[in-house]
Ligand binder design. Structure first.
Ligand code: UDX
Length: 459
């Protein structure tokens, strides 16, 4: 079904095929990696689902986009924190496998021996199997952190021991010795996905890494050194920690929603370090009551805030909205947008804190700008990321339990105006500096990209 002709020139004799998982938090790092490889002279062929398709606009010559399959059915588009995300992942693999085989065959015929390898999202084991069948070497991109993958690798053994799934609530705070500082609750990835589905899903992720010719992670050595060593030991394949990708890639951004850039002008007018940025990524959701508590928590805290309320943030059949009186109470010091240019927002000098759901991209973006966090993880790897923010990097703290306005007010004040928050900010700045060093010439991520490029050339 592909109509765009392959670019005739551009100097790239080898092409890298890529297949991102069709969700924002996965498309971003894959397209950033594409850009990094393109800048090293490779042509790029992006296979993508027909839904949540990355926008080809703004990409230089040498890029080609190949849609695979048909637009999504409802069951492939989980929205909301209690959606069965793992189930949807399995269905996506099932649904895309056959059309991908046809597309890949076609592309291999057209591009002859130019295709060096397929870089596939670690959630797309089904596509990797297709590549294996057709003799294409694969690299796997894991878009989450190394700590999360270590936990996924440990999951089957914890099930065998009867520790997972937890038998009752009282076990949730059990420390997991081999996975310090994680607690058992951090490995309860979803409240709606059946245990069997979750096991299968995690098994495939780990399998994809072990079957690959190399595993690419969007993290850096100074951030997750011990965890990266565990990943290397546990997968027995070359591991490439080449993050933070968004800081290395200079390409067009790959946002699926239009970013409201007027908030940058608004930030320009705020005092340095004064603004709380509030965003829960592309999938997490809240109910109407939580929205109201959040609104009053922000209003009562009296700090300037920039709050992203995406169109489907609140999952509710009735018309929802901000509470009466909220706008008047926060006029002049609050801005609400439906989608923000997040990396630029976090890098803006006015932003002093980030209230986040701790998706890996958000977590990494915050770390790289030296912004401390209030953590409110919802599902998947987010609890693990939040635990590391709180216990290992100590650049933030979790807002636990039911969302209530008083709790929010206390948290926001602690982060932005108290000594404890200032210490977290200091540690965040240290990490920012480390991140900046690793992407400089001779830094660990740059050196590892060289290794990765050599490896691709050798396929
Ligand atoms: C999902 C999972 O939730 C997450 O746990 C996993 O690690 C990756 O996949 P998502 O929930 O969307 O991702 O969160 P996150 O990983 O933080 O990615 C969101 C991306 O959207 C970030 O790159 C962020 O910069 C961008 N974003 C977010 C915007 O561009 N504008 C916004 O307003 C909010």
């Amino acid at each position: 079904g592909e109509k765009t002709p392959a670019p005739s020139s551009g100097g790239a004799s080898r092409r890298v095929l890529m297949f991102p998982l069709p969700f924002q938090g996965h498309i971003n790092p894959m397209m950033q990696l594409a850009d990094v490889l393109h800048s090293r002279g490779f042509g790029i062929t992006v296979f993508h689902a027909a839904f949540n398709a990355p926008d080809p606009a703004g990409r230089p010559a040498g890029y080609r986009f190949v849609p695979v399959g048909v637009p999504a059915d409802e069951d492939l588009l989980p929205t909301g924190s209690d959606a069965d995300f793992a189930g949807a992942l399995l269905r996506i693999n099932e649904r895309l496998q056959a059309p991908f085989q046809d597309s890949l065959r076609e592309v291999l015929e057209e591009e002859e021996r130019a295709a060096a390898c397929l870089v596939v999202d670690s959630n797309l084991r089904g596509m990797q199997v297709v590549a294996e069948r057709l003799g294409v070497p694969t690299l796997v991109l894991r878009t989450g952190g190394a700590a999360c993958l270590v936990a996924y690798m440990a999951f089957p053994a914890l099930c065998d021991k009867g520790i997972l799934p937890p038998q009752d609530q009282s076990q949730l705070d059990m420390a997991l010795d081999d996975l310090q500082p994680l607690l058992l609750r951090d490995l309860v990835f979803s409240t709606t996905t059946p245990h069997e589905t979750m096991s299968t899903c995690l098994e495939r992720i780990v399998e994809s890494a072990r079957h690959s010719s190399g595993l690419i992670l969007n993290t850096f050595n100074d951030l997750e050194d011990a965890e990266l060593r565990k990943v290397t030991n546990g997968t027995s394949v070359p591991v490439y920690a080449i993050g933070p990708l968004h800081k290395i890639s200079a390409g067009a951004q790959s946002s699926l929603l239009a970013q409201d850039r007027t908030c940058l002008d608004w930030l320009d007018k705020q005092e340095a370090g004064s603004v709380l940025y509030v965003s829960f990524g592309s999938l997490a959701s809240m109910d109407q009551e939580e929205l109201v508590e959040t609104a009053w928590g922000l209003a009562n805290s009296r700090v300037p805030f920039l709050w992203v309320i995406r169109p489907n943030l609140v999952q509710c059949s009735e018309k929802v909205g901000l509470p009466d009186g909220f706008e008047e109470a926060t006029r002049g010091r609050g801005m609400v947008v439906s989608w923000a240019p997040q990396q630029e927002v976090l890098g803006h000098h006015a932003v002093g804190g980030f209230w986040t759901h701790n998706g890996w991209n958000s977590t990494l973006e915050s770390i790289c700008e030296g912004v401390p966090m209030i953590c409110r993880p919802c599902f998947a790897d987010q609890m693990i990321n939040a635990r590391y923010v709180q216990e290992v990097w100590k650049t933030g703290f979790e807002l636990e339990g039911k969302l209530e306005r008083d709790k929010i007010e206390i948290g926001v004040t602690k982060l932005l105006s108290q000594a404890e928050g200032e210490k977290m900010r200091q540690r965040a700045r240290d990490l920012k500096n480390k991140a900046a060093l690793c992407i400089k010439k001779g830094g660990t991520s740059q050196t590892t990209i060289d290794l990765l490029v050599n490896s691709i050339m050798s396929f």
